[in-house]
Design a binder for this molecule. Structure first.
Ligand code: BG6
Length: 484
């Protein structure tokens, strides 16, 4: 891996503390960082190197799940430098440039620079422009930009942001984080689908009856009402994480397995997604909001009673949708997506339900068959389960579902941020959202945003601690299915 400088905007912020420093330290411990690396943290606060180093020490101690080796931690911290910076002030970028060059000389680093924007989205454009203006990105080595979500607020603002960023960085240099793409089981989908002929041959409308993707959460809006009131579940989860999972599930084996080819087959899925119109929107999308209820044995407030939420808010805390993919593989197979806050359980999973053509053959009560199901648990219990029909070996004559299961439950799995930062350091963009994917996602989502804004889809209330509004069950029941 190339030696480099890692420049972190938002070094004093929450994401850096909870995710970025622990990920960097874990990579360091696993000897997965470059041999020589300078890490520069930037923030508005009047901190110095020592203050940053002690902050990172706390972050690593609190959030790393491994035993900390004091000597190693100390040498990791020594690579860190702090630079106070006002991101609207070009002169501050000049000072930053001097520090980067000074460290490059001290550590004999090539001018490879990675800029990580762990800041509020309103600052993205300004920072990218100042990076360019100050000459920071005119390097003799490579330059990369890691950017957090949300990437835009709707189709138009996403396009504007992309236009502005592309004045400073090329598409190949922009690494858009969608942390779902960093989850080990999501990364595993590629292998599962492409490296197993037994699954690959069934991955189509001849054998699959429907696909269900669920991301349910037990938490409510937490302390993020300011953001969430405007975003809702559509912008917060559906446009990015849910559609990324859809692409990763529905893609088909590319010509060769390279980042470019994988992104190309993902784009094809989005291209083939049937757009929603005024009449299909009402039939295929459910908008929900939680009311008071009991989650994990605790009474919790309804959404409109939460701090910072308007008592008349119509923000969606739940969304379910039926999507159709118009290509030869998937024509006629509904993909159902649902996600929501304050649901019964925390679970992210993908269920592939296979057709059950023999069910009429075994049509007496003794011998009814269940559909074959492939369940991929993404989080929190990473596992793969295949449900098959088997004749009971103990009770004569009865057919019963049996489960073949692989579980990584007791394994120590890397965190999403660890895998993603490692890929960005290597320059592998496979598990980052390409602009094509982001743009096509917003394009597909846009009619939903407009319908919600204009109240064209009724807001269905659901009690906290349930699995969402009845209308979401109806969505699949109407096609003869149930949520798994
Ligand atoms: C984030 C959303 O992107 O993903 C949050 O902004 C959500 O609202 C979170 O809670 C869910 O992530 P995970 O990894 O816990 O499933």
């Amino acid at each position: 891996m190339d030696s480099m400088t890692f420049v972190l905007f938002g070094a004093t912020g929450d994401l850096a503390k909870r995710k970025i420093y622990p990920a960097l330290f874990n990579l360091y411990m696993d000897q997965s960082l470059p041999a020589a690396m300078s890490i520069i943290g930037l923030g508005r606060r009047e901190w110095n190197n020592e203050r940053l180093q002690s902050h990172v020490r706390e972050a690593v101690t609190a959030h790393c799940k491994r035993e900390i080796d004091e000597e190693k931690l100390q040498s990791f911290l020594e690579a860190l430098r702090y630079c106070r910076l006002n991101i609207t002030n070009l002169e501050d970028f000049g000072r930053l440039h001097d520090l980067i060059k000074q460290r490059e000389e001290e550590l004999k680093l090539p001018e490879n620079r990675l800029f990580y924007l762990s800041v509020a989205p309103k600052f993205f454009e300004g920072i990218a422009a100042n990076i360019k203006e100050s000459g920071l990105s005119s390097t003799k080595g490579w330059r990369r930009l890691i950017i957090e979500k949300p990437f835009g607020n709707d189709l138009e603002t996403a396009r504007q942001l992309n236009r502005k960023l592309s004045r400073s960085f090329n598409e190949e240099e922009i690494f858009r984080i969608d942390h779902y793409l960093g989850k080990p089981m999501i990364q595993n989908l590629e292998t599962l689908e492409f490296a197993n002929p037994v699954l690959q041959s069934l991955w189509n409308n001849q054998y699959v009856s429907n696909v269900q993707i669920t991301a349910s959460e037990t938490v409510g809006v937490e302390k993020r009402a300011g953001y969430y009131e405007h975003a809702g579940a559509v912008r917060d989860m559906l446009q990015n994480h849910m559609l990324q999972m859809l692409m990763m599930t529905a893609m088909h084996v590319p010509q060769k397995i390279s980042p470019k080819d994988i992104r190309e087959v993902k784009r094809k899925v989005m291209d083939a997604l049937v757009p929603l119109n005024a009449s299909t929107l009402k039939k295929q999308v459910v908008r929900g909001q939680y009311t008071r209820g009991e989650v994990d044995g605790e009474l919790v407030a309804g959404y409109t009673e939460e701090d910072g939420v308007s008592s008349t808010s119509k923000t969606d805390t739940f969304v379910a949708a039926k999507l159709l993919i118009d290509n030869d593989f998937w024509r006629g197979v509904p993909f159902y997506l649902r996600t929501g806050k304050r649901l019964e359980q925390k679970s992210t999973r993908i269920v592939i339900e296979f057709k059950n053509p023999l069910k009429d053959l075994y049509n007496n009560e003794e011998e009814s068959t269940s559909p074959n199901l492939l369940t991929i648990e993404i989080n929190p219990n990473e596992s793969i389960t295949l449900q098959l029909n088997s004749k009971s070996l103990t009770r004569d004559g009865k057919i019963e579902p049996v489960h073949i299961n692989f579980s990584a439950k007791d394994k120590h799995l890397p965190e999403a941020y660890e895998l993603l930062i490692f890929d960005a350091l290597k320059g592998d963009p496979t598990f980052f959202a390409h602009w094509n994917e982001v743009e096509l996602s917003w394009k597909w989502i846009q009619p939903i945003l407009e319908a919600f804004e204009n109240d064209l889809i009724p807001l269905e209330y659901y009690e906290a601690g349930t699995m969402g509004p009845k209308a979401a069950d109806q969505l699949v029941n109407d096609d003869g299915f149930n949520w798994w």
